[in-house]
Design a protein around this ligand. Sequence first.
Ligand SMILES: NC(=O)c1ccc[n+]([C@@H]2O[C@H](COP(=O)([O-])OP(=O)(O)OC[C@H]3O[C@@H](n4cnc5c(N)ncnc54)[C@H](O)[C@@H]3O)[C@@H](O)[C@H]2O)c1
Length: 346
Amino acid sequence: MAVITILGAGAMGSALATPLTQAGWETRLWGTWLDDHLLDACEAGKPHPRTNVPLAPGTKLYRSDQLDEALEGADAVFIAVASVGVPKITEMALGAISKASVLLCTSKGFWTDPDGRVQLLPDAIRTIAAEKGALLPPIVGVGGPCKANEVAEGKPTATIYGSLDEATAIRMAREISTDVYRIEPTSDEVGVEVCAPMKNVYAIALGLADGLEEGTGFPHHNLKSAIFAQAVREMSIVSTELGARPETAFGLAGVGDLEVTGLSGRNKVYGLRIGRGEGAKDALAAMEAAEQTVEGVPAAGLALTLVQQREGLLERLPLLKAVTAIIAGAEDPAALATAAALPARV
Ligand SMILES: NC(=O)c1ccc[n+]([C@@H]2O[C@H](COP(=O)([O-])OP(=O)(O)OC[C@H]3O[C@@H](n4cnc5c(N)ncnc54)[C@H](O)[C@@H]3O)[C@@H](O)[C@H]2O)c1
């Protein structure tokens, strides 16, 4: 039985154990130093606190001080920590990653290198490995509409695995797919990796439209749809500028993930609070006080820097500009989002 080690026992790391065990992998779930309480619950036979779903039977659990045991003989390594933790976890696991045949990553975010340049996460991993002189197996970026609780529960899910090494993406699609967890393999790693964090940014604007409905008592569905279309257009522009195929933004990685992220989740809730009339900074502070990290907020700033690294690109992205201004506390968020989403008058 092939061995896969999932690094990070949060919502998504634990959820992935469901398809992986069903697909016949020996599945090891390693919790970071932040995950002890999550593993305590799983070991006590309780549902995982983040997904409210029991861990897949047969999953082997490892504590933060058991990283070497968790990675011993792993054929595949699956990074599932918050994007901020990806560099450190990569460094910690680099020896075993080098020996594995594939490194998968479901974390969604950007990374700033020591020179201040913003990179996609697989490039960050490559940079870190190169600095340490370590060889890497092919990297597979995992995207698409995958709410962790539904994956954990075994509900139908379509996901996209992108790798510059297409044969590895196809192999992983064959070896991890189940009846209900289906994988679209693609060589468009860049498209998958651009859409993953950017849809979190745009979900804030979708939430804002919902908040306007709550605040005014009148639906803003037309505006929400216009925001959705503009968000997809902008994800396609950015990803193609970085070398991706345009259709990736219009498939599972872009449209699919934006839809599910705009339905629920912290980014949408943050936007909703702003749309209802709360100040952007107060809304964020309240959510952080409740330990609710809004990934779209740092992603927006990093996306802005990434885009500004390419001359003339930002001018084509009015919605990204609007969302970053809204997060910074601009005075009339609704007017900004509206102006960015509606076509210009002709
Ligand atoms: N929850 C979902 O539905 C879902 C779906 C697809 C992808 N993702 C992505 O998966 C990643 C994890 O999300 P999640 O929902 O499991 O979050 P979570 O909060 O439930 O778990 C976060 C994980 O990251 C680790 N972590 C947090 N900060 C860290 C740090 N500074 N250093 C090292 N490790 C750290 C935690 O220990 C934990 O294992 C995110 O990038 C997210 O965008 C989540």
